[in-house]
Write a protein that binds this ligand. Structure first.
Ligand code: ADP
Ligand code: MG
Length: 250
């Protein structure tokens, strides 16, 4: 697909001798939310960690095949460039143990923004996008660790956006959050897709159904089925997909 933001071609991953992803080929389309679903251990996190090359920092890993970000082979990019272009948010909210303001200026400063006025603008704009600005504007100097779990996760999303990534990856971002915070983040992601391309791993099928435009079903390290969310949920073409959606694998 020519307009794909991310393309995987026969991408496989092994830990030591054990293959955990087998010849995954897919294309992630721009300005859409793509959900990766599948039973625990099927390789969802491994797939996300491959995209920003975090995986290579774990020992004993070998990869085959290719991943392209807007047409460029990610292995041929300096890793700092790749990590700027690929934003990542994890399951447990993980703000840096520093002030809200410093969390938000960390990446821009690293990438060379020096002017206080410019940094202030980046902080405000990205906190506004995530709805956090009104909640924290009087206490930007406060430790980010003092925020609630839901606020911390929104801060992590806002922080990821400060690097102006081409794609935002989220690995079960709501699984440690309450219902209200989950709803706020779901609404936020739906709003963000106007400007970003989003890939979310979720074990919550209701969440996938609520917010994802496209779904990828992984099973035993293989891309078992993918497609438009509604079609995949209403008319899966493979028995195993039907079983998973019916809760058989739980
Ligand atoms: N660092 C590692 N070393 C060895 N095996 C691993 C490592 N990380 C994950 N695995 C294995 O790879 C498979 C896929 O794991 P993972 O990508 O975390 O699955 P998921 O996120 O879908 O639950 C699992 O069988 C898991 O045990
Ligand atoms: Mg996982």
């Amino acid at each position: 697909m020519n307009d794909a933001v991310l393309t995987l071609e026969n991408f496989s991953v092994s830990y030591e001798k054990k293959e955990v992803l087998h010849e995954i080929s897919t294309a992630i389309r721009p300005n859409r939310i793509t959900a990766i679903i599948g039973p625990s251990g099927c390789g969802k996190s491994t797939l996300l960690k491959s995209i920003n090359r975090m995986l290579e920092e774990e020992g004993g890993v070998s990869c085959k095949g290719s991943i392209f970000l807007n047409g460029q082979d990610i292995r041929k990019m300096p890793v700092e460039e790749l990590r700027r272009r690929v934003g990542m948010v994890f399951q447990t909210p993980a703000p840096f143990p520093m002030s809200i303001y410093k969390n938000m200026t960390y990446a821009p400063q690293y990438y060379g923004v020096g002017k206080k006025q410019e940094l202030d603008r980046i902080v405000r704009e990205n906190l506004e996008i995530t709805g956090l600005y009104e909640e924290v504007k009087e206490e930007l100097g406060k430790s980010a660790l003092k925020l609630s779990g839901g606020q911390q996760q929104r801060l992590c999303i806002a922080r990821a956006l400060t690097a102006q990534p081409e794609i935002l990856l989220l690995d079960e971002p709501c699984s440690a959050l309450d219902v209200k915070s989950t709803q706020i983040i779901e609404d936020l992601l739906v709003q963000l897709k106007q400007r970003y391309t989003i890939v979310i791993v979720t074990h919550n099928l209701f969440q996938a159904r609520r917010i994802a435009d496209d779904c990828i079903f992984l099973l035993n390290g293989q891309l078992w089925e993918q497609g438009n969310t509604r079609e995949l949920f209403e008319a899966p073409s493979r028995q195993e997909t039907r079983d998973y959606l019916a809760g058989v694998y739980a």
